[in-house]
Design a protein around this ligand. Structure first.
Ligand code: SF4
Ligand code: SF4
Length: 382
């Protein structure tokens, strides 16, 4: 395995023709991005039943499966764990996924988003036994699970299932490496202990790492003006020995080209660079009000349908740049046109599902205080 082969195309955030409708994938741009990615010698696509409301799989069929020989690409798909209601559902979803993708086997198949509540569902529906059977029958070449919880739970899951799986997909980046809630480092070390491959998701923490304050951008520029912030984050993850795939979710051609360059001319992270990233992680950690990765899992669970990540995104922006347009966006777009953050009933339903272990109701309360309860500079704007 070379460093180059570690670059995977994450298909959770594809280009869209309508930014408010995730099912409107910009197929023409995606096709061109796939062509560029494949021409540069990369071949791994990661999707799930849920991404883009099911359209991510269809978009991959159109861009990849119908345009390239089957042996020239790899596809990873994931069981929608949260939607399982019976043992029979395993087969129902797998058949649907194969049909959407237009393939007859998966290169990699995961139980999606293992956390405390969804692990219970997967176990109730015998999903780990089911994916083991998929591998035995050749429906999946390699199997595993994607994980969104702490190291304590991962240890329990691996003690039970490490023998039947090949891979764990982890959230791993320099901001979460020592984070006490995400515990990327401890989780990675557990996988190494069990001799498992690690595939990396969220190497940019859903954009938090690159959408950093100007001061941090300037630090990166001073450190190395020729390399993007994203390139450092991808190299951080891909430099680890057990990491075999690093996913990047790209919706712009320029991001794809930058990532291609990073992996084509890959250099493992030096000690000096590691120390620099450690400092940047500390700075960034102190500057991010809410470490939301905008994965959207909470919205599906919120009975009030509060657009939680949109509020957190604006809140973070307002902390770093308390400008009039941000406050206008809050009042005119979000609180007026969608469900106000103040509609949170503190039911707590979302808490188990947050991939970043954020206390969502508490943080929404801060959002309201910030924008609505007199702390907002908006009141003084004309
Ligand atoms: S606690 Fe608030 S944000 Fe979370 S699910 Fe309940 S109403 Fe929605
Ligand atoms: S609050 Fe948590 S679950 Fe919701 S989008 Fe952000 S990271 Fe994802």
């Amino acid at each position: 395995m070379t460093y180059k082969s570690k670059f995977g195309f994450g298909c959770m955030r594809l280009p869209q023709t309508d930014e408010n409708d995730p099912t409107k994938v910009d197929q023409e741009l995606f096709n061109r991005m796939v062509d560029t990615y494949m021409e540069n010698g990369f071949n791994y696509f990661d999707t799930s039943y849920a991404y883009h409301g099911g359209i991510s799989e269809v978009a991959i069929r159109k861009a990849v499966v119908e345009r390239y020989p089957r042996e020239s690409f790899q596809i990873c798909d994931k069981m929608p764990t949260w939607a399982l209601t019976s043992k029979e559902d395993n087969e129902k979803f797998v058949n649907e996924m194969l049909e959407r993708l237009g393939i007859d086997y998966f290169d990699v198949f995961f139980v999606h988003n293992v956390n405390t509540p969804w692990l219970k569902l997967a176990e109730k529906c015998d999903t780990f036994e089911y994916i083991k059977k998929m591998k035995e029958e050749g429906i999946a070449k390699k199997i595993g699970f994607s994980f969104h919880d702490n190291a304590e739970l991962l240890e329990k899951v691996l003690d039970k299932y490490a023998d039947i799986i090949d891979i764990v997909q982890l959230q791993l980046n320099y901001l979460d490496w020592n984070d006490p809630m995400i515990e990327s480092r401890k989780c990675y070390e557990l996988c190494v202990k069990h001799g498992l491959d690690v595939y990396v998701m969220e190497p940019l923490k859903g954009g938090v790492i690159i959408n950093c304050p100007d001061e941090i951008k300037a630090d990166f520029n001073n450190f190395n003006p020729d390399k993007s912030i994203a390139s450092f984050a991808l190299r951080f993850a891909a430099s680890l020995d057990n990491v075999k795939i690093v996913l990047s979710g790209m919706n712009k051609m320029e991001d794809l080209l930058d990532n291609c360059d990073t992996f084509e001319n890959f250099e493992p992270l030096s000690e000096n660079e590691s120390e620099f990233l450690e400092k940047m992680a500390e700075k960034l950690d102190a500057s991010v009000a809410v470490p939301c990765s905008e994965c959207g899992y909470c919205i599906k669970e919120c009975p009030e349908m509060i657009p939680i990540p949109e509020y957190f995104s604006l809140y973070n922006l307002s902390k770093n740049r308390p400008a009039e347009d941000i406050y206008k966006l809050y009042f005119d777009k979000l609180a007026d046109e969608k469900v106000p953050a103040s509609e949170c009933t503190y039911c707590g339903t979302c808490l188990d599902f947050c991939t970043q272990k954020i206390d969502i109701p508490e943080e929404l309360e801060k959002v309201c205080e910030n924008f609505e309860n007199g702390f907002s500079p908006y009141a003084s704007f004309p």
